[in-house]
Write a protein that binds this ligand. Structure first.
Ligand code: SF4
Length: 361
């Protein structure tokens, strides 16, 4: 099988490794570009949100490179995520492509379907071998999360502009190339050393911002205009509400989602609205309680769960005294506009912090 899949941040080399381990030939997607997005948008229905368009463009690029199988996962709940596998399938077949589609529902929601799809994926390998492969992949995922968190912490404190991003890229590619368990452990150790060798000001107390919102635009830097890096370069330490390991724990191996943020959201939004909408409400409260200076909500344009969360932002901001910047993103969104809004938001948080400091003095 020559399989391709959507590009989503650090998940890409993990899926590549799993496919190789199972004897398939991955057609690994490159990081999406404007071409990928235009290609996807050209054939997407008007109502589709940006993750659908980017993934659609990525599939077309993969099929053009010889992929014969597409892989995807779908969510549940009252948003369009559950429809997207079917929709990709129909659009691409109408365009004349021929392929097999392996689509994963969350395992605890449709266990029988999940089992059958896993059976296709594992081919003639044993279940035990598949389990070992998945465990190894999770180990690599944890290393990537650690590296991302280190970059988020160091970047706003670095002495030399760009040194954190350079170190992260080096560390990331080192771990991506590691294939066996011992290689991953060794590369992970070396990668952590690369990150800790970046010179930075340990005494600096940068602004802190929580990044919340829809999963794809949080995890794929192309989709969010490299917001983490941009904020870091503006001297802001960021923390995302979703990392791949936490997503696996809360949303893949459980049907409940992140109960911590969902409970916090209850007084404002007592039910799930699809995607991570309810979590976004709770995450604003959580970041306020943790003393963060602000929150950036990333929302695909027309994403209903994030629109619902956004409608509560003025009240949450007032009740918890935390500024929230919502960035709605679609193919018309321009990098310059995002940068200007981030810079203005950082100014606002700096002023707010110095006011608090002066009052306290
Ligand atoms: S969560 Fe939002 S962006 Fe994601 S599929 Fe649902 S509506 Fe689209």
């Amino acid at each position: 099988m020559k399989a391709t899949f959507g590009h989503m941040g650090t998940l890409t080399p993990i899926i590549e490794m799993v496919l190789e381990d199972l004897g398939h030939e991955p057609v690994t997607p490159n990081r999406p570009t404007r071409r990928t997005l235009s290609l996807g948008a050209k054939y997407a229905p008007e109502f589709a949100c940006i993750p659908f368009k980017i993934v659609q463009g990525t599939y077309i690029e993969g099929l053009e490179r010889g992929a014969d199988t597409l892989m995807s996962g779908g969510g549940y709940g009252p948003c369009r995520a559950g429809l997207y596998g079917e929709l990709h399938d129909r659009i691409l077949r109408d365009l004349g492509y021929d392929f097999d589609f392996i689509f994963f529902w969350p395992p605890l929601r449709k266990p029988g379907h999940f089992y059958r799809q896993m059976q296709k994926l594992k081919g003639s390998h044993s279940w035990r071998y598949l389990w070992k492969t998945i465990r190894k992949a999770y180990g690599k995922l944890s290393v990537f999360d650690d590296l991302e968190m280190a970059a988020q912490r160091i970047r706003p404190r670095e002495y030399k502009h760009g040194s954190t991003t350079r170190a992260f890229d080096q560390a990331f590619s080192l771990v991506s190339r590691a294939k066996t368990g011992p290689e991953i452990a060794e590369a992970g150790e070396e990668a952590r050393q690369i990150m800790s060798s970046v010179p930075y000001d340990e005494c600096k107390k940068p602004l802190r911002v929580g990044i919340i919102g829809e999963i794809y635009v949080q995890l794929e830097p192309f989709a969010n205009f490299f917001v983490e890096e941009q904020l870091g370069n503006l001297g802001v330490e960021v923390q995302r509400s979703i990392y791949l390991t936490s997503y696996t724990k809360h949303d893949v191996l459980s049907t409940k989602g992140d109960m911590g943020s969902r409970k916090l959201a209850m007084p404002y939004l007592s039910q799930k609205v699809g995607g991570h909408g309810q979590n976004s409400v709770g995450d604003i409260i959580r970041y306020s309680k943790l003393g963060f200076d602000g929150v950036v909500q990333l929302a695909p344009f027309s994403c209903i769960p994030e629109i619902v969360a956004k409608s509560l932002v003025p009240q949450l901001s007032k009740d918890y005294g935390i500024p929230v910047l919502t960035l709605f993103i679609d193919e018309q969104t321009g990098a310059a506009g995002v940068q200007t809004r981030l810079e203005a938001f950082v100014d606002l948080m700096e002023q707010s912090r110095s006011r608090k400091t002066n009052v306290g003095a």
